[in-house]
Design a protein around this ligand. Structure first.
Ligand code: SF4
Length: 364
């Protein structure tokens, strides 16, 4: 665990929380929040104050389904150049991962942005498919790229998702009784505060948008606790230094010009209404699913099961901690990941393993 830089301020918030006699279960939906929470041991400090925090479906790589991975793997094996973020390489589809396809000779390139993928397309006559993952944070760059001029051999496999429908689905499933949600600062920078309001009203649930420093997270927990104790259920913005009520209208406009909401499964979830960013028909030529529909006809719409024994579905719904999975740290490690949550640097299992492996080893 890393020492908090501003321990005095953190202690003040923790003392206040401790004096509130709390028994709260909260969720956040962000890999960066989880990194902060585990890196600084905030979950342990908060447990002593009566607050449990679970990570929900907030890791873009983790929520991408085996079907979507299989689509990318199939395209690579059928001769397309697949451009993807490094985190996606080792996630398993039904017939292996993109890394497996690459070791068989398929052209799979790691890129750091969609701009890199476009440059790749400009330098080759091959078909280049960019695997576009992420929430409202990363989707605007995909939208803005497609609104501009792209090479004729460039297309996008859109796995982008809208976050609020997943929150709604999670709460609607009712598996976990939550007293509040910490919302991600970066998604909120784009969508603003309003999309969360209906959720607070419908489920009588406090939500606080938070930044990524340890004090941001602690403050967000305190703001939720204060709402619970005063019987409020509203959306508050702890990250007001960055997030505005209206979000980023230019980015929201770009999203609405390029994408339309479609129903989609998320890893660990049944189909969530209007949760996937599907490319509008005007962008059919840039839509890898349409452009290569013959290559993908046995994959699109087919459901593939998770690896045997993998608990990622329950981890992503906040029902299980990584250490509760029988495979954690033994059969499943970042070097030999079984499930998506161990592959991605934003996945709960990967984060838990990276920061707490020594204590895990001691406890066995
Ligand atoms: S430890 Fe591995 S197998 Fe278990 S839930 Fe995490 S990623 Fe899945």
């Amino acid at each position: 665990m890393i020492q908090l830089r501003d321990r005095t301020s953190a202690d003040k918030i923790l003392q206040r929380l401790a004096s509130m006699n709390l028994n709260l279960t909260l969720m956040h939906v962000c890999g960066t929040h989880q990194d902060t929470i585990v890196r600084y041991g905030l979950d342990t400090l908060l447990k002593d104050c009566g607050v449990k925090i679970r990570q929900g479906p907030g890791c873009p790589v983790c929520v991408t389904t085996a079907t979507e991975i299989e689509e990318a793997v199939t395209l690579a094996r059928r001769g397309k150049t697949v451009a993807t973020y490094g985190d996606m390489l080792r996630v398993q589809g039904a017939s292996g991962s993109l890394a497996d396809a690459r070791s068989e000779g398929a052209k799979v390139k790691v890129v750091y942005s969609i701009t890199d993928a476009v440059k790749l397309a400009e330098q080759t006559e091959d078909e280049v498919v960019f695997v576009a993952i992420g929430f409202e944070t990363t989707a605007p760059s995909t939208a803005i790229t497609l609104l501009g001029k792209t090479p004729g051999n460039f297309s996008v496999l859109s796995c982008h998702r809208y976050l609020p429908p997943a929150l709604e689905a999670l709460l609607g499933m009712g598996e976990l009784k939550l007293q509040g949600i910490i919302e991600p600062g970066h998604v909120s920078t784009i969508i603003g505060t309003k999309p969360y309001e209906e959720i607070s009203k419908k489920y009588r649930l406090p939500q606080v948008i938070a930044g990524f420093e340890p004090l941001d997270v602690l403050m967000a927990v305190y703001m939720i606790a204060r709402q619970v104790q005063t019987s409020k259920a509203i959306v508050e913005n702890e990250y007001s230094r960055t997030v505005r009520e209206e979000g980023n209208p230019r980015a929201v406009k770009a999203l609405s010009e390029v994408f339309k909401p479609g129903d989609s499964k998320w890893r660990g979830f049944p189909s969530i209404p209007r949760s996937k960013m599907k490319l509008k028909s005007e962008f059919a030529a840039s839509n890898a699913e349409e452009r290569f529909s013959d290559d993908l006809k046995t994959v699109i719409g087919t459901e593939f099961s998770e690896p045997a024994g993998c608990g990622c579905d329950r981890v992503l719904r906040g029902l299980m901690e990584p250490q509760e999975c029988a495979l954690f740290g033994e059969a499943c490690t970042p070097q030999r990941p079984v499930g998506a949550c161990m592959v991605s640097m934003e996945g709960s299992c990967n984060i838990e393993y990276r920061y707490r492996r020594p204590s895990l080893a001691q406890s066995r």
